[in-house]
Design a binder for this molecule. Structure first.
Ligand code: SF4
Length: 358
């Protein structure tokens, strides 16, 4: 048998988490088990989220032992947990099997319980307002490492009598640069008899990787797409997001429009407001012109200061004025004050915390 995650074999054992039901089926067949065992394995792995074969109590002792001899189940260990004073955001710092660290952020908002997950250790895109970008890319996460963040968040909430409702791929990394593993993880977290996160409740956020957006549209997955725009001219956007040199605003927005038409779903445009750089009335008017033909909602995010950062958060008056121009033009815009500023859990603040929590 050959599996997608054989490169994560540990001591000759194959990692089970990250495998699709069809792949688990091959294992079940090879081990001479009845086919209904696949459904039980999916339930244990992706719904109940057990991390030991011994906990799979509806499998015989002999089968559990056989599984244990040949396979492993990834269990990311939490090495740090920080809560905001308002207790509506908690950040988990996970240690990966190779000792690297990643973070996930869980947010409570009304009835929503949203987990923001990482797709890479670090990020190669170097958006200048983002602390994660300063790490560079260390490595991609595999599907097991991505989906296990979700399973942990689900277990954390269930222990409190709550359920995870939404997942956003907006933590460390550019998800479209780790396309195959991210897509595999999305399909796994969506499994009906697994974590069962509704496909429309999963959002992928990109800095504007155009080939990735085009590829994603062909998957017709109906996940939400969020695009981090943050500038209204190429000169301005290139200054803060080097990816804009490769795929300038017109190319990016053409891909976004195509995606939105393919998927028949409104996209989200993220716009981080940086004082004196992209927060002027002219910017607001240009933003309206750029987005007029795209079915979208705009999240205006006043910048979160990071250590050594070169930018300032706009004064409230500038934020309000910017948003008023956009909404007066009949576009939908909401100011999103990043949750978790006081624990370094806001967008782009993960790297700082990695230096201090361990
Ligand atoms: S904002 Fe996102 S894409 Fe840009 S450097 Fe940070 S993690 Fe990477």
């Amino acid at each position: 048998m050959a599996f997608a995650n054989e490169d994560s074999m540990d001591n000759g054992k194959i990692e089970l988490k990250g495998l699709f039901p069809g792949e688990l089926d091959l294992i079940v067949t090879k081990m001479g088990m009845a086919s209904y065992r696949t459904r039980q394995l999916v339930d244990w792995l992706y719904n109940k989220g057990v991390t030991q074969f011994d906990d799979m109590t509806n499998l015989s002792r002999a089968v559990r032992q056989q599984l244990d001899e040949n396979f492993t189940i990834l269990d990311l260990s939490v090495v740090g947990e920080v809560k905001t004073a308002s207790e509506d955001t908690v950040k988990f710092l996970f240690a990966l099997p190779d000792g690297r660290r990643i973070e996930s952020v869980l947010m409570w908002e009304g009835k929503r319980r949203t987990l923001c997950v990482s797709s890479q250790v670090g990020c190669p895109l170097d958006c200048h307002f983002c602390a994660t970008g300063k790490m560079g890319l260390i490595r991609n996460l595999n599907a097991a490492e991505i989906v296990d963040q979700v399973l942990y968040g689900q277990r954390f909430l269930r222990a409190r009598g709550e359920e995870l409702t939404n997942v956003v791929m907006m933590g460390m990394g550019e998800p479209l640069l780790n396309f195959d593993q991210v897509l595999r993880a999305i399909r796994l977290m969506n499994l009906d008899n697994g974590a069962a996160i509704g496909i429309r409740r999963i959002t992928l956020s990109t800095a504007g990787h155009v080939p990735g957006i085009q590829r994603l549209s062909k998957e017709k997955l109906k996940i939400g797409l969020a695009v981090s725009l943050n500038g209204t001219t190429d000169e301005q956007r290139t200054q803060i997001m080097p990816i804009n040199k490769k795929w300038p605003i017109s190319t990016l927005l053409a891909a976004v429009k195509d995606y939105q038409e393919y998927i028949s779903r409104r996209v989200t445009i993220e716009y981080v407001l940086l004082h004196g750089l992209n927060d002027s009335a002219d910017d607001a008017h240009r933003l309206v012109d750029l987005l007029r033909d795209i079915s979208c909602k705009i999240n205006v995010i006043p910048w979160n200061p990071i250590e050594g950062g070169a930018y300032e958060r706009p004064p409230q008056q500038a934020i309000d004025h910017f948003v008023r121009i956009v909404t007066d033009a009949q576009l939908t815009a909401t100011v999103r004050y990043s949750k978790g500023d006081d624990i370094g859990a806001g967008s782009g603040q993960l790297y700082q915390e990695l230096q201090t929590v361990a």
